[in-house]
Design a protein around this ligand. Structure first.
Ligand SMILES: NC(=O)C1=CN([C@@H]2O[C@H](COP(=O)(O)OP(=O)(O)OC[C@H]3O[C@@H](n4cnc5c(N)ncnc54)[C@H](OP(=O)(O)O)[C@@H]3O)[C@@H](O)[C@H]2O)C=CC1
Ligand SMILES: O=C1CO[C@H](CO)[C@@H](O)[C@@H]1O
Length: 427
């Protein structure tokens, strides 16, 4: 069976699953009876797709939760699959995520593949009626993000983007202070994405890549490449380092931009929209092996005049600058600093595990239909800002952007919004 065929769940089953999903949300209301697979034991059936670094973190947590069962795990890398199987011994292990989506005991999937796989896995899962927790950045391109948000809406499933910083109390407090007008009118937001971390320094100062080689026998490398062009295997192209190759990720702009820009979008109520003017300049790594932008400076303007200015200065986080004060929200953890400090009088932030709150928020959304912190549209809009800045650097000029039509004034940019996919994969 071709991969394309397998991605299309027959319409009849899709309709049934969509109805079932909608009913599940309704039936989970007080007095109703839920419709998830293991309803008798009140346990959700969960599957993990991609169990490398972040996927293992999700799985470790999921495997300890009494109200769910990890029933399946998909990873193209047998080494990772096997290690994951130790954490969830009852889970069925597979190299092909599509076989998970056929299973009736899977209610929800946690996707933590490299970014170039987020769209195809999410869309296939949504069409199969599965709820989706998908890691940030939601999509690896603007076109993929739009297709994901549309597929999730059409299927009536819940999607939580893995922008867990939103689930920190500091983010909620920042949003409240802004909404109450404590900072006055916010005219500027500064995005700080320093490149001082060890892995970023390694990328920046890389001189000679290891030679290409045959892929390890335990890795289905063609599946790993998925819809992207055929490229020789190199250990610094896959396994974590993919985020600095533009076919698979977007560099720090999308990697941690998807946290910091996300906080700005959330706090300033931009979850359904984006900037209208994009300017960005940057430089790539000297040796040329990694093609993501390493240093950058950008300025985005929103329709109401708000300026979002970003660069590699630290510490990592977002500064909201208003006529009556400034508020800095640091990631990771959303600690707050204000000028004047009195803006934070009476504010105490509890220590929390934001990952846990974010995952729980998703599971609650599945069970009760309650809104999640980072729904598909919000995840897509944040990723869009990141991608627009990368695109401005790529084409080497500023352009206008229409956030409603999701089109640019620049024809070259429009041509780059969605990647051409290698057959048989397609959106
Ligand atoms: N919210 C957060 O704080 C964090 C989020 N992330 C996000 O999580 C995602 C994963 O990142 P990270 O864990 O660092 O990456 P890794 O490369 O460590 O893990 C990705 C895993 O997915 C596997 N994989 C690749 N393609 C497929 C496929 N089609 N189906 C199933 N498995 C596949 C990889 O195999 P192989 O190992 O052979 O490449 C690997 O096991 C990214 O989107 C990243 O942005 C990451 C870190 C923290
Ligand atoms: O927050 C995070 C920690 O660092 C990782 C590697 O850059 C990111 O992918 C992740 O989002």
């Amino acid at each position: 069976m071709s991969r394309f065929q397998a991605l299309n769940v027959p319409t009849g089953r899709r309709d049934f699953l969509r109805q079932a999903t909608t009913l599940a949300a309704a039936a989970a209301l007080p007095g109703g009876s839920p419709l998830w697979a293991d309803a008798a034991n009140n346990r959700l059936g969960v599957a993990c797709i991609g169990v490398g670094g972040m996927g293992t973190s999700h799985l470790t947590w999921l495997a300890k939760q009494p109200d769910l069962r990890v029933v399946a795990i998909a990873d193209v890398d047998k080494t990772h699959r096997q290690a994951a199987g130790v954490l969830a011994p009852d889970a069925k292990l597979t190299g092909d995520f599509r076989t998970i989506l056929d299973r009736d005991d899977v209610d929800a999937v946690f996707i933590a593949t490299p970014d170039h796989w987020h769209a195809l896995t999410t869309i296939a899962a949504a069409r199969a009626g599965k709820h989706v927790y998908c890691e940030k950045p939601l999509a690896n391109s603007i076109g993929e993000g739009r297709a994901m948000a549309d597929a999730v809406r059409a299927a009536g499933v819940v999607l939580q983007t893995g922008s867990h910083e939103r689930s920190n109390p500091g983010a909620t407090v920042a949003k409240r202070l802004v909404a109450e007008g404590k900072l006055g009118r916010i005219h500027t937001v500064r995005i700080h994405l320093p490149n001082s971390d060890q892995h970023l320094q390694q990328v920046e100062n890389f001189t000679s890549p290891p030679p290409d080689s045959d892929p390890p026998a335990k890795l289905d490398y063609d599946f790993w490449l998925g819809h992207t062009p055929v490229a020789p295997y190199n250990e610094k192209r896959a396994h974590f380092w993919w985020r600095f190759h533009s076919r698979y990720g977007g560099g720090e702009m999308t990697d941690r931009g998807a946290h910091v820009i996300d906080l700005a979008q959330m706090i300033l109520d931009r979850d359904a929209t984006g900037p209208t003017r994009i300017e960005a300049v940057g430089s790539r790594q000297r040796a040329g092996f990694y093609d993501a932008f390493i240093t950058f400076r950008f300025e985005n303007r929103y329709a109401d005049g708000l300026r979002m200015i970003g660069d590699n200065s630290g510490p990592r986080g977002v500064t909201l600058i208003g006529e009556a004060g400034e508020l800095f929200v640091a990631i990771h953890g959303c600690q707050l600093t204000a000028q004047p400090a009195s803006l934070l009088a009476g504010v105490t932030l509890p220590r929390v595990d934001a990952y846990e709150i974010h995952r729980r928020g998703f599971l609650e959304g599945v069970r009760s239909g309650a809104p999640v912190a980072a729904p598909a549209e919000a995840g897509h809009r944040t990723a869009t800002v990141c991608h627009l800045n990368n695109l401005a650097m790529q084409v080497g000029r500023a352009f206008d952007w229409d956030p409603a039509a999701e089109q640019s004034s620049d024809a070259e940019v429009n041509a780059l919004l969605t990647p051409t996919m290698r057959a048989p994969w397609m959106l």
